[in-house]
Ligand binder design. Sequence first.
Ligand SMILES: Cc1cc2nc3c(=O)[nH]c(=O)nc-3n(C[C@H](O)[C@H](O)[C@H](O)COP(=O)(O)OP(=O)(O)OC[C@H]3O[C@@H](n4cnc5c(N)ncnc54)[C@H](O)[C@@H]3O)c2cc1C
Length: 404
Amino acid sequence: MKDHADIVVIGGGAAGVGAARTLADAGKSVLLLEAQDRLGGRAHTVHIAGMPIDMGAGWLHSAPKNPWVEIAEARGFAVYRSPARWGEQWRDLGFSKAEQQAAWSAFGAFMQAMHTPPPSDLATDLIPADSEWAPYLDALSGFINGAPMREMSVTDWLAYEEASLDVNWRVCDGYGALVASHATGVPVALATPVSAIDTSAKQLRIETPRGAITADAAIVTVSSNVLASGAIRLPRHDAILHAAAELPLGLADKLFFTLETQGDIPDNAHILGHPRSAITGTYTLRPFGRPVVECMLGGEGARAMEKEGLNGAAEFALGELTGLLGSEWRKRLRFVAGSAWGRETHVLGGYSQARPGQHGARAVLREGVDPRIRFAGEATSDGEFSTAHGAYNTGVAAAKALLG
Ligand SMILES: Cc1cc2nc3c(=O)[nH]c(=O)nc-3n(C[C@H](O)[C@H](O)[C@H](O)COP(=O)(O)OP(=O)(O)OC[C@H]3O[C@@H](n4cnc5c(N)ncnc54)[C@H](O)[C@@H]3O)c2cc1C
């Protein structure tokens, strides 16, 4: 590993890859340091039963303005444009048409009310106290934000809504594979966790177990939870560590099952496990037309399932699926993979959400305190946080700020 670079980028997720690519393309000497033995961070594609499976980011959200779409096309990754069917319940299983309409209008009323944030900035203050759909709203908030309504900042959520477009595509060979491929040709050191940045001299000294690297500047892209944990010693950065702590990562996880006989199930068919429980999964049957069922857990559901462990979580999901589809489905489904992002040492969660009243922490983090050290990553985005394209955009912006 070299011991000097103009700019060191710390963390090889979507933000770090975007930053390092931009700097390398501008002719800078750059080194991307990644703690794990792979690139991609929370965009992670694995291959199971011959199929690429995304354990983290899977959807090209806000597709018409998502920079990864153009990168995918330039790099020869096919983009899958079939619409998501999250708003439908396949065959109305366990969720009648009338109930679906009532639940969606409760969510619609909440989204409308968000335009006038309450003084508390707390999402639960916009939900009628006697709402029969409160658990459903908690489940949706869990999938979207990684946390239940009682922890959500209205201002923060509204900023996300205003920045996003409801068009969602996918990468056939995996979002994680795409992110990692974008670093091709960039100097990278894998399995190299940064433990400290010494700012006392003119040049930064970046400490790792494989030796120190000096640099004129650094871009730090680790998750807000990793930053707040103090895993990287950063003297005189109390304001930054405090801001990171106000942007905790909610929890989101996935479980995958292979599907033996596919029958007449349409591609991307969707079912919500239990419309009246905050602890439930959302299931996509035959994503990409493949013989797979993809379960997503978020918020309370992901917390409960990380406590259960992967086998317990898979059993829970099988219980929801067979309860709706019939017990014969147990023979058709085989649990093959699952995530527990809260236990990933170098990530520590799903995606960031601001604590009520703390949306401004995103700008504090982004602006930094030492002009030589910039912070990027999904948590530093004003409205595109919790996404891989938002992370990428912050990485590119941090690189351009240093180049500028
Ligand atoms: C289950 C799940 C589903 C999701 N679904 C979607 C989706 O469909 N669409 C979407 O757009 N987004 C989705 N997301 C969110 C998306 O994955 C993230 O917002 C995005 O990937 C974050 O990128 P990042 O670069 O900011 O951070 P990360 O991906 O966390 O990258 C930070 C990197 O820093 C490394 N690191 C940590 N500590 C150190 C250290 N000390 N030294 C060096 N390196 C270090 C980490 O290993 C990691 O690789 C999902 C996330 C999860 C968990």
